[in-house]
Each structure stands twice: as C-alpha cells, then as structure tokens.
Write a protein of this length. Structure first.
Length: 93
C-alpha cells in the first residue's frame, strides 16, 4: 500500500494521512504547471483531456501497489476518475 496526493492541493493532506496511518507516502504524480484549471472547462471531454495533459503518474511509485489517493476537493469527479484510470494503466492494483 502507498499514499499519494493529487498535486498540489492534496499533498499536505496525503502526507498527514500517511504519517497518521503508518503507510508510506510516495510522490506518485507529477503536475504540468503550464496546464490551467481543468475542472472549469465547458464540457466533459475537454476536462478529461485537460487532466491527461496536466497529470502524469510515476510508475515506479505505484506499480504493483494498492494506492490511497488523497485530494483536497472533488467538484465533478472528472479529475478523480481520470486519475484512477491513469493509476491503473501504470500498474496500480
């Protein structure tokens, strides 16, 4: 098991959860700082594409592991759903 946070807003909460739970924290995602806020795009397809361009999974941090994903908020669930797809594609179980 590993705890990762959604950059950047979920990192502090993920670190805190990892410390309190005794589970390891990993920097399991990288953020492209040149992509803006994806949740405010006018339609679902643009939001999904934005998440794909904005976030990358660090395969070595998640491959073969169960991942506890921590974020600070959920607006539509687009980001969370897409991140789960990306994590599974990178080998998270």
């Amino acid at each position: 098991d590993v705890v990762i946070g959604v950059p950047d807003s979920g990192l502090a909460a993920a670190i805190g959860f990892a410390e309190e739970s005794g589970l390891p924290y990993e920097m399991g995602m990288m953020k492209n700082r040149y992509v803006g806020r994806t949740f405010i795009q006018p339609n679902q397809e643009l939001r999904r594409k934005g998440v794909r361009m904005k976030l990358s999974v660090v395969r070595k941090a998640v491959e073969g592991k169960r991942v506890i994903l921590v974020d600070d908020s959920i607006v539509r669930g687009t980001t969370s759903g897409r991140i789960v797809e990306l994590l599974k594609a990178a080998g998270a179980t």
